[in-house]
Write a protein that binds this ligand. Structure first.
Ligand code: AMP
Ligand code: GLY
Length: 422
């Protein structure tokens, strides 16, 4: 069969890496992909957000399954467009993707189906919001309702933080339409972790638990980024808690959507805060996590393609996802200046040396190939990933590999998987 993967980051390279290992798969296309996917699949230089363009590509290349990586095309209705042409797609429809594309929608769903989450209040007016926060007291979390590429949540500890967050969103509209409506949330204190499930709208199969490191600097300081690294499993979620997350969060969300006439098919990601042993939802995403996918797919035993196909066509019942009993750590190598301005086009050295290392996989994110060399083409450049029998073992391997790769201005965190809470 022929598979198309939409997107061009580290998550999509990890998906391509897993899918190309399937005996069912003859050919994999990545749109647009990166230098890493080009080595194992066929890249097509098209825009992942061009919905009619992607549908034409799926028809032209007789694609049997399209897997959508990022949220933007899902929120724009790529799955609907593919389905209406009779094409199989892994990824929710536009209505179902609202669980990520509207935080107000997600919060209302959680309230309706008693899914544990922080208390919340919705505002579209600066004065009302500020006087509410004055009365409520600090800290609070202010969030833009719409998609903001990870830049829409503000943890506010001072009046100045509140003022800045509300001005940015409601007054200056720096997040555009996404910030015209905001949520004020109660601030939860605990340990963050992620659980992703694959679902066909009925059955829910969890992938291994994981934890990411969103902040730029060691010690979880500095600005938020798209993700500086991830590891799996996380100590924050044992088997019993994972089962609770499925029972108390994932199944009620999927069933609640179904009650509203929405059939959710694809990956559902819950960003969680574990407070005194109890899981609360911070956010839902309508897709696989990045970089969590790089740290979880290498732990999935065997072929994932039958599961992805079954999720797409509604026949997941009776299937399972088996896991390796190991640990995986992914360290992001970023460009100097990221998440602000950074240079592109810098040559990357040491990649071929890493190909020969045992239990190491270098997932590409912002890379491309020119004249035979691989160069940087984004803020997050590579996700260097290693597997080990223990986390310590995986950490040793991953940082050994990180040291062998170089490009001008290479930046990475030295403490992935080493939070002091463990
Ligand atoms: P989100 O985009 O909703 O995942 O929020 C981004 C980050 O803000 C999360 O990873 C948390 O670190 C933090 N955060 C979001 N909501 C809350 C909350 N209610 N309480 C505490 N921290 C939060
Ligand atoms: N790693 C967080 C996300 O994928 O949204």
């Amino acid at each position: 069969m022929r598979v198309m993967i939409v997107g061009g980051g580290g998550r999509e390279h990890a998906l391509a890496w897993k899918v190309t290992q399937s005996p069912l798969v003859d050919e994999v296309f990545c749109v647009p992909g990166n230098a890493g996917t080009a080595a194992i699949a066929r890249n097509i230089p098209a825009d992942a957000a061009d919905i009619p363009g992607i549908v034409s590509l799926a028809q032209e290349h007789r694609i049997d399954l399209t897997i959508v990586g990022p949220e933007a095309p899902l929120a724009k209705g790529l799955s609907n467009a593919l389905q209406s042409e009779g094409l199989a797609v892994f990824g929710p429809t536009k209505d179902a993707a609202r669980i990520e594309s509207s935080k107000v929608f997600a919060k209302n769903l959680m309230a309706e189906y008693a899914i544990p989450t922080a208390s919340y209040w919705v505002f579209d007016d600066f004065r009302n919001a500020i006087s509410f926060v004055d009365e409520k007291g600090l800290p609070v979390v202010i969030k833009a309702d719409g998609l903001a590429a990870g830049k829409g949540a503000f943890v506010c500890r001072t009046d100045d933080d509140v003022d800045e967050a509300l001005r940015k969103t409601l007054v200056e509209e720096r997040l555009g339409d996404a910030g015209k409506r905001i949520l004020v949330e109660e601030c939860l204190v605990g340990q963050e972790a992620s659980v992703v499930v694959i679902t066909d709208g009925e059955t829910v199969l969890p992938l291994p638990s994981s934890e990411d490191h969103k902040q730029l600097l060691d010690g979880d300081r500095g600005p938020n980024t798209g993700g500086m690294g991830a590891f799996s499993p996380t100590e924050a979620i044992d088997d019993a808690l994972q089962e609770r997350v499925v029972r108390e969060i994932m199944l009620p969300a999927i069933r609640g959507l179904k009650e509203q006439g929405i059939d959710y098919r694809g990956a559902l990601y819950a960003g969680l805060m574990i407070v005194d042993g109890d899981p609360y939802v911070l956010e839902f995403n309508c897709r696989f996590g990045d970089p969590e996918t790089q740290a979880t797919l290498p732990r999935v035993k065997g072929d994932l393609v039958p599961v992805l196909l079954a999720a797409a066509d509604g026949s997941l019942k009776g299937m399972k996802i088996d896991l390796e009993d190991n640990h995986c750590v992914c360290v992001t190598l970023a460009s100097k200046g990221y998440p602000g301005r950074y240079e592109r086009g810098l040559e990357i050295q040491g990649l071929s040396e890493c190909e020969h290392l045992d239990n190491v996989i270098v997932f590409h994110a912002g890379t491309k190939t020119t004249k035979g060399s691989v160069i940087t083409a984004g803020g997050r450049v590579l996700g260097v990933t290693a597997i080990g029998a223990t986390k310590k073992d995986a950490l040793q391997r991953v940082y050994d590999a990180v040291d062998r790769i170089d490009f001008q201005g290479k930046y990475f965190r030295r403490d992935i998987g080493m939070r002091s809470s463990y």
